[in-house]
Design a protein. Structure first.
Length: 179
């Protein structure tokens, strides 16, 4: 028989796509007020994105990744996605998004993203939100899966997530010492 236990806290990571880099300076204080102080912010990513967002948001599109210092409960992800959806609506212009926020979390073994879109490999987590394991961590590195978007499988992304993971390991050690 399996015995349920409390899951490990997770490191919140949010992907920010936008059509204007200047929006980032407006958005960051709102994200920090909502989710706590940022711990790491990536440089601007320099790789191709799918054309999925261009119809709504235009091009070129820019992306940064943000990790936050406060650990979250894994069961907070649906609520966090609702918050980021509201932020997207707040920055919309004439009903068109000017930014896209994709929250997820990092654990020692995986990187998980939240989405409002159902698909065969996604699990419903409540509030109209689904989650997918986007990357798995094995043998010292992140590995993509059949459904991982190419930008998340990129070297730039996995390098950033490795840095976040190192910080997360330290966070877990500190949490253990404080409990």
């Amino acid at each position: 028989m399996s015995i349920p236990k409390k899951p490990d806290p997770a490191k919140l990571v949010i992907s920010v796509f936008m059509n204007d880099k200047l929006l980032f300076d407006e958005l960051l204080p709102v994200l920090e007020k909502t989710f706590g102080l940022t711990e790491q912010i990536s440089d601007w990513f320099d790789f191709d994105y799918t054309e999925y967002y261009e119809g709504e948001m235009g091009s070129p599109l820019f992306r940064r990744m943000i990790s936050f210092g406060t650990l979250i409960g894994q069961d907070d992800l649906a609520r966090i996605k609702e918050s980021t959806n509201a932020m997207e609506k707040n920055w919309a212009v004439n009903g068109q998004r000017s930014l896209n926020l994709d929250p997820g979390y990092l654990l020692l073994s995986r990187f998980v993203l939240a989405t409002g879109k159902d698909f065969s490999h996604r699990i419903y987590i409540g509030r109209g939100i689904y989650a997918e394991v986007t990357l798995m961590f094995k043998k010292g590195k992140f590995h993509s899966l059949a459904w991982t978007y190419p930008d998340y499988a990129s070297r730039e992304m996995t390098d950033f997530l490795m840095d976040v993971r190192r910080g997360y390991v330290a966070d877990l050690k500190n949490e253990t010492l404080n409990n």
